[in-house]
Design a binder for this molecule. Structure first.
Ligand SMILES: O=P(O)(O)OC[C@H]1O[C@H](OP(=O)(O)OP(=O)(O)O)[C@H](O)[C@@H]1O
Ligand code: HPA
Ligand SMILES: [Mg+2]
Length: 169
């Protein structure tokens, strides 16, 4: 996961419990909206790495067994570079994206989704969180977050001791 870039005035800290609930909310919104019989989806493609945890939860909720990944690297430590596709699913499985759900944890500037949309123009793009710049690139999302907020995911954090406001007793 990328490290915070300036200027991000605010931090939005997401717990495992929260990402689980928000991912299930996303699954609920997507349920029955696929092109298959009873609105089923053909497959799920997770954008690594952040999309993998939400994709797993969504695949479970929607009963999708065909799950693959596309590896995209766009942030290198603190700097956003060109979005590079490092690996992608079997073209026979995804085709132009018809019936496929592409899942990521968040859309920020939209660079990552732009690249993946270019590959699978007919896919449905869903993220759990979305910042305003990236919103036009996502078909479905759950929570909007302001552009000057950095989202901290539970897989990037650890519980640790903090000093009381008034110092040690
Ligand atoms: O809308 P954008 O500005 O392109 O940013 C969003 C992307 O950035 C993060 O991934 P990152 O490249 O940090 O890799 P990771 O998922 O492997 O941590 C995040 O998981 C999204 O995939
Ligand atoms: O707000 C964010 N949080 C974590 N990773 C990110 N990658 C782009 N934006 C973000
Ligand atoms: Mg990512």
């Amino acid at each position: 996961m990328a490290a915070p870039q300036l200027p991000h005035e605010k931090g939005f800290h997401i717990s495992w419990d929260q990402i689980h609930r928000d991912s299930r909310a996303l699954a609920w919104r997507l349920d029955g909206r696929g092109p298959g019989q009873d609105g089923t989806w053909k497959a799920i493609v997770a954008i690594t790495r952040g999309g993998m945890a939400p994709a797993m939860i969504i695949a479970r909720e929607l009963g999708v067994r065909l799950v693959d990944t596309i590896s995209v690297k766009s942030y290198d430590h603190q700097t956003q570079g060109e979005a590079q596709v490092l690996s992608k699913p079997d073209p026979e499985m995804v085709g132009d994206g018809t019936g496929v759900l592409v899942i990521d944890d968040l859309v920020d500037t939209g660079k990552t989704l732009e690249v993946v949309r270019g590959l699978y123009p007919q896919a449905h793009f869903a993220t759990v969180y979305a910042k305003p710049k990236g919103e036009p690139l996502v078909d479905t999302f759950i929570t909007g977050v302001s552009q000057d907020t950095w989202i901290f995911f539970p897989w990037d954090m650890a519980l640790q001791y903090v000093e009381p406001y008034r110092g040690k007793d």
